[in-house]
Write a protein that binds this ligand. Structure first.
Ligand SMILES: NC(=O)c1ccc[n+]([C@@H]2O[C@H](COP(=O)([O-])OP(=O)(O)OC[C@H]3O[C@@H](n4cnc5c(N)ncnc54)[C@H](O)[C@@H]3O)[C@@H](O)[C@H]2O)c1
Length: 490
């Protein structure tokens, strides 16, 4: 998989700033060119929104943020980047002149991707010196949250560039959908435009207001689309008999005069006023900032549900989150002379109560994660559990020492107090990223055979690793608070 350390973004509007936020939060340094003097401020705002969303979305800690620099020319950006993401306004000539400037100084390996919503890549590359390096990578707003990116090559794009582009975007948590035949507006916008066209007719003909149309989507089929798309949803609409039955039942309707098909309503001043005024009535009570935060909060929670259910876009999120957490070092290089760093995260908003601080139950969640991480370190990972056994927690004692608020970072450290045969006795410390001690937990675990559900000896490799840690940790000072019960005297 190709991963990168630096990227250039040309055009930092709605889409460019979404790209910048995704890249920076993935630890990639980003150079930007945008002629607008307001660009740095609006980019900063989008990065803040993205950071807020990621803290709720991801369990794993993010890498250290990449460095952001605004440069004075396109060619300076081209010189210091491994990939260029072009996101200038949707005009062929504007995009082509950007490519011309990039190619003045660029290395032959530099990949250029265009965020265009529908211009053919063959047209975009038609005047380039090295047209094989250009591909379309069409993202969706907000780019930092939605995983889809449509990747489309032109007639001169090399397959290597397409493969590398897909690989670069997979590495930053996206779902590259390679579209093998170029077509104006690609797949997603073709579908969206047909719905947009029909919606404009409904407003134009006074059949529905903008709000009624949005309600028809968000209270019904919009919820289905987010998780199953069109065909899988219709398959279910056909009942047990599936798609064939669905087509025989509803297929003929398409020939009835239900839709306006390619007949597009003209954007007369009257229609523009009507749509805009209705939209103000519908949504004007919220500021754009409020709407963006609400959209992000809802998207984060939808994505988390899909991740829990291992479905659709949730699978991309799971892979991404796991890849961020997989920076575990090799066991042979593990420093066992001190407690092990086991878990870190940021507090998502659904872990907090009405006070804005982490609820009591989530402290146990954090300690369970710390134990899971220790299990993984000694080799009792998913594969081991599926084939050999697992550790069950038989006793827990937690001390809640300080509070932690939504969005703040935490980490845990773990000392093995006892680790021989079937028993594992752990002591965890939970710290705030500012160093404060938030809580401690003590757990006793017993190794269990998952077939007999009875206590059993761990596998040899687990015993070996556990013993290596235990033999070092037993010489460490006993943690303050070890073996405490609830402090009150009765
Ligand atoms: N807005 C969307 O929902 C969306 C979704 C997917 C793709 N796109 C595509 O992304 C591209 C950008 O769209 P947008 O919505 O971000 O537009 P935008 O108007 O919000 O931003 C364009 C930015 O480009 C800058 N710019 C103009 N000329 C430039 C130049 N010569 N060099 C560098 N920067 C320049 C502008 O100052 C502005 O900041 C378009 O091709 C569009 O089709 C948009």
């Amino acid at each position: 998989m190709k991963s990168i350390k630096s990227a250039g973004v040309i055009g930092a509007g709605v889409i460019g700033s979404g790209w910048i936020a995704r890249l920076i939060l993935n630890g990639i340094d980003v150079c930007v060119f945008d002629p607008s003097k307001d660009a740095p401020k609006s980019v900063e705002k989008v990065i803040n929104n993205a950071e807020r969303a990621y803290k709720n979305l991801l369990r794993s800690p993010l890498p250290k943020k990449g460095v952001l620099s605004f440069l004075d020319t396109v060619s300076e950006v081209a010189k210091s980047s491994e990939i260029i993401i072009e996101a200038v306004p949707e005009r062929l000539s504007a995009k082509q002149s950007v490519y011309k400037e990039i190619e003045l100084n660029a290395s032959n390996e530099l990949i250029i991707t265009s965020s265009t919503s529908g211009i053919l890549p063959s047209d975009l590359q038609s005047e380039m010196k090295n047209p094989e390096r250009l591909t379309v990578a069409h993202p969706f707003n907000p780019v930092y949250l939605l995983p889809l990116v449509e990747v489309v090559g032109g007639s001169k794009t090399s397959q290597k560039v397409i493969d590398e582009t897909c690989s670069i975007f997979s590495n930053i948590g996206m779902f590259p959908l390679y579209i093998k035949k170029e077509i104006p507006a690609f797949i997603a916008d073709r579908l969206l435009e047909s719905v947009w066209r029909e919606a404009l007719w409904l407003v134009n003909d006074d059949i529905a207001t903008t709000e009624e149309i949005d309600d028809a989507i968000r209270y019904g089929f919009g919820l289905r689309w987010a998780q199953m798309g069109l065909f899988e949803t219709y398959r279910l609409a056909g009942g047990e008999a599936g798609m064939r039955h669905f087509i025989s039942q509803f297929g003929p309707c398409l020939e009835w005069p239900w839709t306006h098909l390619m007949d597009v309503p003209e954007f007369t001043e009257e229609l523009v006023d009507k749509v805009s005024n209705q939209s103000d009535d519908q949504s004007g009570k919220h500021s754009i900032d409020e709407l963006m935060q609400k959209r992000d909060d809802n998207l984060v929670d939808f994505l988390k549900v899909l991740k829990e259910n291992r479905w659709g876009a949730g699978n991309t999120l799971k892979e991404f989150d796991d890849s961020l957490g997989n920076s575990r070092i090799d066991f042979s290089e593990l420093d066992v002379s001190k407690p092990l760093k086991t878990f870190s995260t940021h507090i998502p908003k659904d872990w907090a109560d009405y006070n804005g601080h982490m609820t009591e139950a989530r402290y146990l969640d954090c300690f369970s994660e710390a134990t899971t991480e220790l299990m993984a370190i000694i080799g009792a990972d998913e594969e081991y559990i599926a084939n050999i056994g697992s550790y069950f927690t038989v006793e827990t004692h937690i001390r809640h020492l300080d509070e932690v608020l939504i969005g703040e970072g935490i980490y845990s450290k773990t000392q093995v107090i006892y680790g021989e045969n079937k028993k594992l006795h752990l002591f965890h410390w939970l710290h705030h990223n500012d160093g404060r001690l938030l809580a401690t937990a003590e757990h006793m675990l017993i190794h269990v055979d998952l077939k007999t559900r009875g206590a059993s000896m761990p596998g040899d490799s687990v015993i070996e690793k556990m013993e290596r840690i235990y033999s070092a940790h037993k010489n460490l000072p006993k943690p303050e608070g070890l073996s405490r019960a609830v402090g009150d005297k009765v």
